[in-house]
Design a protein around this ligand. Structure first.
Ligand SMILES: [Zn+2]
Length: 308
């Protein structure tokens, strides 16, 4: 199935649905001559999506493929590999883990066995090691023993502190870790030749972002601004459709800034954590998963601000 859609008047995207009529399916979107986004569902992890409830991406070069994020399980990684193989027969040479969540790295072992080298920030590797067992328990509850079967933990082969640059087949890759955001080791991947930015969980569009236990909303804003300073033509977010920087700003940066400002004022006026539901977030009600996440996000920011 092939459909062509035009959004924001700028981007022409050919979208191929791999499992037609399945809202849990991964969708392939070409974002530049040599770069593809694999767009996952906006839902939680399920037995159908095998933990791939996020976006991934890959770049095809003359000397092999670079994959951004390994998928949420062994079988999830295999599904991503099948999509890559529908575009190219080139081998996957490198896998970049853009952050600490399971869908960024639980597929590492699959690609490692194919000969790929795994790259992440040192902070992300530390986060993987710290949260591996907890992520395993959560994931097996959500996708089931059948879904998680085959998955083994595999940490990065190559780590870096703040940035890592390399060239493969004449394509330049720049990876930057500018501080914690959604997770402690989040990094964005910049392709300077095509001006495409893969943001991992630094950017969410269409769905509400999650401020989780390990998130840092203050640093997240700075990391977003460092990413935006590259002025990308195309942004492939960690969740939601590939889009423009303007949409990324509206759905991620504006929400984070709004929450921090509103909750700081609420604390200033003596508001307690138990009254947090009084914060009116209806401006962001258009984002998917609003109902399940907005209250939790407010409470997490409240706790952060109390400590700052
Ligand atoms: Zn994520």
């Amino acid at each position: 199935m092939k459909l062509i859609n035009i959004f924001t008047g700028l981007l022409l995207v050919i979208s191929i649905s791999v499992n037609a009529a399945d809202d849990q399916a991964l969708k392939l979107k070409k974002v530049a001559t040599n770069a593809w986004a694999i767009v996952g569902p906006l839902t939680n992890r399920t037995a159908e999506n095998l933990g791939n409830n996020a976006n991934f991406g890959f770049i095809v070069t003359k000397e092999g493929v670079v994959l951004i994020d390994a998928g949420g399980s062994y079988q999830g990684a295999k599904r991503i590999h099948q999509i890559i193989q529908s575009v190219t027969k080139q081998p996957v040479k490198f896998v970049i883990n853009s952050g600490g969540q399971d869908h960024r790295w639980f597929g590492n072992d699959y690609f490692s066995h194919l000969g790929a080298k795994i790259i992440s920030s040192a902070a992300a590797k530390k986060d993987h090691q710290a949260r591996s067992a907890a992520q395993w328990t959560m994931l097996s509850n959500l996708i089931g023993n059948k879904g998680i079967a085959g998955t083994k933990e595999k940490f990065a082969d190559i780590t870096f502190k703040s940035d890592y640059k390399f060239t493969l087949g004449e394509v330049t890759f720049e990876i930057y870790h500018k501080g914690p955001a959604h997770t402690p080791g989040d990094a964005y991947i910049w392709l300077p030749q095509s001006k495409v930015m893969f943001t991992g969980d630094i950017v969410y569009t269409e769905r509400m972002l999650g401020i989780i236990e390990v998130s840092n909303s203050r640093s997240w804003l700075n990391v977003f601004d460092a990413m935006a300073a590259h002025k990308p033509d195309y942004v492939v977010p960690g969740h939601g459709s590939p889009t423009t920087l303007a949409v990324a700003t509206k759905d991620t940066r504006d929400y984070l800034a709004f929450l921090r400002k509103t909750i700081a004022a609420f604390i200033e006026q003596g508001g307690g954590a138990h009254e947090i539901s009084r914060i009116n977030q209806s401006r962001f009600q258009y984002l998917a998963n609003y109902d399940t996440l907005h209250g939790r996000n407010a409470l997490k920011v409240y706790t952060e601000l109390e400590w700052e």
